[in-house]
Structure formats: C-alpha cells, structure tokens
Write a protein that binds this ligand. Structure first.
Ligand SMILES: Cc1cc2nc3c(=O)[nH]c(=O)nc-3n(C[C@H](O)[C@H](O)[C@H](O)COP(=O)(O)OP(=O)(O)OC[C@H]3O[C@@H](n4cnc5c(N)ncnc54)[C@H](O)[C@@H]3O)c2cc1C
Length: 504
C-alpha cells in the first residue's frame, strides 16, 4: 500500500495512508472481540503487515517506507480510534521496538533484522522493566558479563509489550565494566530463538487486553559483542532516544482515544433527551463538551509540534515528556467525561465506553509513571530551561493576539516560579521533589498552550481559534493551581503517620 502511495515520504502521503488505515480498521478491527478474547486475531496482524504499517518508519533500504515520527504519530492516532491494543502493538514495534536498531545498530545487525521487521514478518519488543526495577531504571539486576568475546546475560524482565509474539527484543542490561563504565548499562538486541531465552505466559490485565504482555527469563544467554547497539556500557543516551520516540507515539495514541471519546460524547448528548430536550442543550453539558474538545485540540497540537523536532534528539527527549504526560492525563480525563455524560450507559460494557476507560488507564503508568516524568521535567527546567520565543509576535495583529499574550503570560508565570525556586533553594532546589513535580505539571500546560496557539495561528480555521482561546483560559487556570506552593510537610507528615483504621 505504501509503495502504491508513491513514497518518498512527504506530508501528502498521510491523508491517503489514513484513508487506507480507516477502511481496513472499519472492516477488520472489532475492539469488543479483541477485548473479550484478550488477543488481536492473527489475520488482523497479517492485514496490518500487508498494509506496510510495521515498516512505516523503517528505512527504505530495508524495505520500510522511511516515514518519520510525525507521520507515524498520525497513523497511531488513527489506529487508536479503532482499537488501543492494535495501536499499542504497532506503536511499540515502530518506537521502542525498532528505534535502537535503526538509530544505533551496526550495518550487519540492521541487515540481519530490519527486512523482516519492515515487512511485519517479525515483530519487535523492548524490555527494561524488572521485578525490582521499574521507575528506577538505574538499578537493573539483569546482568551481562563478557566471556570469550560474548556477552553472557542472566536475569528476568517483566511486563513486555508484544512479548508473546515478538521475534526481536531490545533489552537494557547492566554491564558493569564493559566499555570501561563501572556501573554501565547497554542496549542489547536479541533473537527470540536464542538459547536460554524464554518468554513467560500472558498477563491478565485491567485493560489493553489485546496487547500482549509477558515476562522474559534469561539464563546464560550468550550473544556476540556486536549485539550491543550504541556505545557499550554507556547506553543511557540511546535509551533516552528510544523512550522519546515511544513516549511521543504514546501521546499520539492518547489523542486517538480522546478523539473517539469526544465523538462518542457529542453523538450521545445530541441524541439523548432529558428534561424535554437534548443533553447537549444544557449549559453545564455544553461547557464539558467544549472543554473536552479544546483539550483534545491542544493534545493534537502538542504531539504535532513534538513529533516535528524528531531530528533534534535532545529537544525531542525533553519535549516528549510533556507529550506523554499531558496526552495520557488528557485522554484519561476526557474518557472520564465521556463515561459521565453517557450516564448509566457509560458503565455498561456493551456501549464500548468502559473499554475506552480501561484501555486508557495504563498510559499514565507505562513508559515512565507520570509522577516520575513530571518531577524529571521540573528538574530539567531548573537545570537548563530551553529558550522560548514569545508567541505575541507569531500572532501579530490577528484575532489571536490576546490569546497569544495569555500563553506568554502563562510562560512568564512558570519562569517566575522557576527563578524563585532557584533563588530560594540554590543547589538544593533539585531535592525539592514536590516543587519540581508541580513545576513539571505547569510546564505541561505551558507547552500545550504554546502548541495550541501556534496551531491556531497556522491556519485561518475559526474553529481552531475558538478552541485555542478556550484552552489557553483553561491552561492558565490549571497552571496557576500547579504553581501555588504545596501543602507544608509539617501538615503532611503527621497525617502520613495517622492512616485511619475504622472510625470509632
Ligand atoms: C501493560 C503494560 C505494558 C508494559 N510494557 C512495557 C514494555 O514494553 N517494556 C518495559 O520495559 N516495560 C513495560 N511496562 C512496565 C512499565 O513501564 C512500568 O510498570 C512503569 O514504568 C512503572 O514501573 P513499576 O511498575 O515498577 O512501578 P514503581 O516504580 O514501583 O512505581 C509505582 C508508583 O509509585 C510512584 N512513584 C515511583 N517512583 C516515583 C518518584 N520518583 N516520584 C513520584 N512517584 C513515584 C508512581 O505513582 C508509580 O506509578 C509495561 C507495564 C504494563 C502494565
């Protein structure tokens, strides 16, 4: 399909591609069945492979379509409108699963693995999480030791997306001493058929049931030294790059989920009548619908902006955190409003609405729990705040000038809190985790407001201006809330000690 759409990659290819994806998913993807049977039918995976979706971002020299992160985000968002498990399966293959191999793999590794990964004959997975190492990525127990020119790996990994059927795995492994790094980690590419490597059974989950999730065991697994991608013992930068792709694609998937939730709530509130009129004629409902639409617009604009800095690894690394956190929280809240506006029907599986909520929940946890990422964002801002150009000049004298000034004011408020924190705590500022966490959340609202205004400025579509206007109002309110000082530890600590049993 991609060949017939006449790549070389360009934006023009995206509408036709989305159209093909839409037609395929309408005919073949049954999300209720995928949820019920807790797997994606083989025929659907084969169909996705035949469309070329598993090769979307893989190099053309190995049979892929050579498209970029930006185009992949559009496709993942579209897949997520139909089924979140399908979107996750493809998204992990394109992001976490193949990125290290594409960006850092040697020619011989690429020649060995990429052709089958591009055709979808083989699927990729990525694994760092272990029983004792989740949010703390620095503390891996899976260990690789050099012996006779080979890396001998022992350990256990858990919660591996695509694990059940993947053929090619990128693993993070602690490799003390390798490459001269005493506490170094390396990224290793592993074939499923490697001796000593076994895949555990499928996990039973709250949602995203069609997405495969398994453990892995590695017992004296031997791989050649060239299976290490990037710099041996110094895999942190490579890992961040892989995660930045994964997080951006996940943000895109959240946009797809939120979009279907907005569509569903609009349809339902237009057709359902109470008090002698449609629900969507009630002011309180109208505010919820408009707010959800504005939030969705900002999520889409943010992913659009973040995915377009693909070539700048450092910038993508920083910005992808906001995309992941803002979009996963936005999707969670929009889906919750969708449940609420459906009333009792929103709680009944047959409507498909509960599935949206169950599938969305994990996105605030995996690929970095949001609270961890928010704190990381706050710390990055304190250490080296990226330069931001005021938006008022981008908006010029258009009707968006006032909205742009609002976004600039939000950014100034965030900058003022950052400066005040630095001045008050100096080198100790990085230890103020609760402050960093709150700063991180305000940064999400700032980045999303900037993206929404820039998106609205880039078109003459009056709907975009309306959505950006409402969103910036909301963002200023929410950022101000995040920037107020947290409750003091003198209040928190006594309450922490006093967990109630049953009240007497
Ligand atoms: C369905 C599913 C698919 C997954 N797919 C993959 C995959 O393909 N590859 C892979 O490697 N992993 C995968 N994971 C693992 C996932 O990325 C981790 O579960 C996640 O990073 C959180 O780690 P943890 O579960 O160990 O939670 P923990 O690290 O134990 O943290 C638990 C909670 O404590 C809080 N917390 C922890 N640290 C901090 C902190 N510093 N500041 C504030 N709060 C904190 C957060 O609320 C966090 O959610 C998957 C998980 C699931 C459930």
């Amino acid at each position: 399909v991609l060949a017939s759409l006449k790549c070389p990659p360009s934006d023009d290819v995206v509408p036709s591609l989305l159209d093909v994806v839409r037609r395929f998913c309408s005919a073949e993807v049954n999300s209720a069945r995928i949820d019920r049977e807790a797997c994606i039918p083989r025929g659907v995976l084969r169909g996705l492979a035949d469309l070329g979706l598993f090769g979307l971002t893989l190099p053309t020299s190995y049979g892929g379509a050579g498209l970029g992160l930006h185009e992949a985000c559009r496709v993942i968002a579209e897949l997520a409108r139909f089924d979140r498990s399908v979107a996750t399966t493809v998204g992990v293959h394109l992001g976490l699963g193949t990125r290290a191999l594409i960006a850092f793999g040697s020619k011989s590794l690429q020649e060995r693995f990429l052709p089958a990964l591009a055709s979808g004959a083989k699927i990729a997975a990525f694994s760092t999480t272990e029983p004792g190492s989740g949010s703390d990525l620095s503390n891996l127990a899976t260990r690789g030791v050099m012996s006779g020119g080979e890396l001998v790996i022992n350990g256990e990994k858990i919660y591996v997306t695509n694990g059940g059927f993947a053929d090619v795995f990128t693993l993070t492994v602690s490799t003390p001493g390798v490459g001269g790094a005493e506490r170094g980690q390396s990224l290793v590419i592993l074939d499923r058929a490697t001796k000593g490597f076994t895949v555990g059974p499928e996990e039973s989950k709250l949602g995203l049931k069609g997405s495969s999730t398994t453990s892995l065991a590695l017992e004296d697994v031997r791989v050649p030294a060239m299976a290490v991608v990037g710099e041996a013992g110094r895999g942190a930068d490579e890992l961040h790059h892989v995660l930045s792709w994964g997080r951006t694609l996940m943000g895109a998937g959240c946009c797809g989920t939120a979009q279907v939730a907005v569509e569903r709530m609009r349809e339902h509130t237009a057709s359902r009548r109470q008090f002698g009129k449609p629900l969507d004629s009630l002011e309180v409902v109208q505010e919820q619908l408009a707010t959800a639409s504005a939030r969705l617009f900002a999520m889409q604009a943010l992913v659009e902006r973040v995915s377009s800095v693909e070539a700048d690894f450092a910038s993508l690394g920083v910005r992808s955190l906001a995309a992941k956190v803002f979009c996963s929280e936005g999707a969670g809240e929009i889906v919750d409003v969708c449940v609420q506006l459906h009333g009792g029907a929103g709680f009944i599986e047959g409507t498909g609405v509960p599935l949206l909520a169950r599938d969305a929940r994990i996105t605030r946890i995996f690929e970095g729990a949001n609270d961890v990422l928010l704190t990381q964002m706050g710390a990055q801002e304190l250490v080296a705040a990226p330069r931001r150009s005021p938006l008022a000049s981008a908006a010029g004298a258009t009707s968006l000038a006032a909205v742009a000034r609002g976004a600039d004011q939000l950014a100034d408020d965030v900058a003022a809190v950052r400066t005040a924190t630095q001045e008050k705590y100096r080198v100790g500022a990085l230890r103020q985790k609760r402050l960093l966490h709150r700063l991180g959340r305000a940064l999400c609202w700032r980045d999303a407001a900037d993206a929404a205004v820039l998106e609205a400025c880039s078109t003459t579509n009056p709907h975009y201006a309306a959505l950006a206007t409402l969103f910036v109002e909301q963002a200023r309110h929410e950022a101000a809330r995040s920037l107020t000082a947290p409750v003091g530890l003198d209040v928190i600590t006594p309450a922490l000690r006093a967990t109630p049993g049953s009240l007497s």
